[in-house]
Design a protein around this ligand. Structure first.
Ligand SMILES: C[S@@+](CC[C@H](N)C(=O)[O-])C[C@H]1O[C@@H](n2cnc3c(N)ncnc32)[C@H](O)[C@@H]1O
Length: 195
């Protein structure tokens, strides 16, 4: 998508009932950004059958593999699309999402690559707009500096308030397992959309 298309969509986000059309029900919608191999997506979708899960994965091959795995497992309340979350989130109907999950987002270590990071003020504003009042965004990362920078961006969004930084009881994704094997600290922050 060119910048012109992205700007144009701001005048016309997807219709408010798009999730109902996509999932065939009016259940709450959770969005996972960068599901990787989709372990969290599949586990949560199984655990919460009354919810709908929509994942956006930048890698087309990983998205296709995860979609096939969901289908083989008979998980009908989760979808994965290949795409770039930075523009797709801006399309989401305002106040239509109940939870966002970003688990181990790419840290883009080099300073000159920081602009590729997901957690920019524009992205966080789009997330806040898509969330309904009381809904949450959860960030998990094992990269200390990324966590500090991301928290600064999240703290700067007036429509979000920090809810907790308590760790999750259990989290099993490829990157979570790698971090645990390394003995790295796993940071977590949950922010809630203010009314
Ligand atoms: C470090 S991996 C973590 C994968 C998984 N969440 C986990 O915990 O194992 C980051 C994932 O985010 C995806 N990703 C990076 N930038 C993205 C973007 N702009 N939109 C959607 N997915 C993205 C990558 O392709 C990759 O699968």
């Amino acid at each position: 998508l060119g910048e012109r298309a992205i700007t144009a969509h701001r005048l016309a986000p997807l219709p408010a009932d798009c999730w109902r059309h996509l999932f065939g029900n009016a259940g709450p919608v959770a969005v996972e950004i960068g599901p990787g191999r989709g372990e969290f997506l599949a586990a949560e979708a199984r655990h919460r059958p009354e919810w709908n899960f929509f994942a956006i994965e930048h890698s087309a091959s990983r998205a296709a593999e995860t979609a096939a795995r969901l289908q083989r497992a008979g998980i009908g309340n989760a979808r994965v699309v290949a795409g770039d979350a930075t523009c797709l989130v801006e399309w989401m109907p305002p106040g239509s999402v109940s939870a966002f999950y970003l688990l181990f987002p790419d840290p883009w270590w080099k300073r000159r690559h920081h602009k590729r990071r997901l957690m920019t003020p524009r992205f966080v504003a789009a997330v806040a707009s898509a969330l309904h009042a009381g809904a949450t965004i959860e960030l998990v990362t094992d990269v200390d500096a990324y966590f500090a920078d991301a928290q600064q961006v999240l703290d700067g969004e007036p429509a979000l308030a920090l809810e907790t930084t308590a760790p999750r009881a259990a989290l099993s994704t490829s990157f979570a397992r790698k971090a645990i094997r390394r003995g790295a600290a796993i940071h977590r922050a949950v922010y809630r959309r203010t009314p």
